[in-house]
Design a protein around this ligand. Structure first.
Ligand SMILES: [Zn+2]
Length: 158
């Protein structure tokens, strides 16, 4: 496994719509392994394939004290509620901002074995699923801000 270079805004690959995965072959398995390593090396919560320059609909998410989760061709099928959350992104280093996200989401996706999975998520996992699926559609969390003034610098001590 190898950690990959994370693309940083305004890299155009972050603004494209990622393509559906049609075959979960060896190259896709290798990409998933490398994405997990990249996410863990960066101490992030989630990573979309286009953040490492590969425009495919694959995301990996690892919330604290849990194993890494892999979602291929993920789709949100239901969103419930609304809440304010602090959000950052590995492709927008050094900043975070408060935005609105759902309280819970239901998604469907394939796992890395190609099996269809459905999952209901809350809290950080729900937020991460929305954030990473946005990436696959070329959307960044800063798109939800009314003004760049709402973007806050992260305290490097934390
Ligand atoms: Zn992100």
């Amino acid at each position: 496994m190898a950690a990959l270079k994370i693309r940083v805004n305004p890299d155009p690959v972050l603004r494209g719509k990622a393509k559906r995965v049609t075959s979960i072959d060896r190259s896709v398995q290798r990409l998933i392994d490398n994405m997990i390593e990249t996410l863990q090396t960066a101490s992030g919560v989630g990573l979309a394939a286009n953040q490492v320059g590969i425009p495919l609909r694959i995301i990996v998410i690892q919330v604290p004290d849990e194993d890494a989760l892999v979602f291929i061709n993920p789709e949100i099928v239901e969103k419930k509620g609304e809440r304010l959350v602090m959000e950052g992104c590995l492709s927008i280093p050094g900043y975070h901002a408060e935005i609105k996200r759902a309280e819970s989401v239901k998604i469907k996706a394939k796992n890395r074995e190609g099996k269809l999975i459905r999952k209901k998520a809350q809290d950080l996992l729900s937020q991460a699923l929305e954030h990473e699926i946005d990436h696959l559609n070329g959307v960044l969390y800063i798109d939800y801000l009314d003004s760049e003034d709402q973007l806050l610098k992260v305290d490097p001590e934390k």
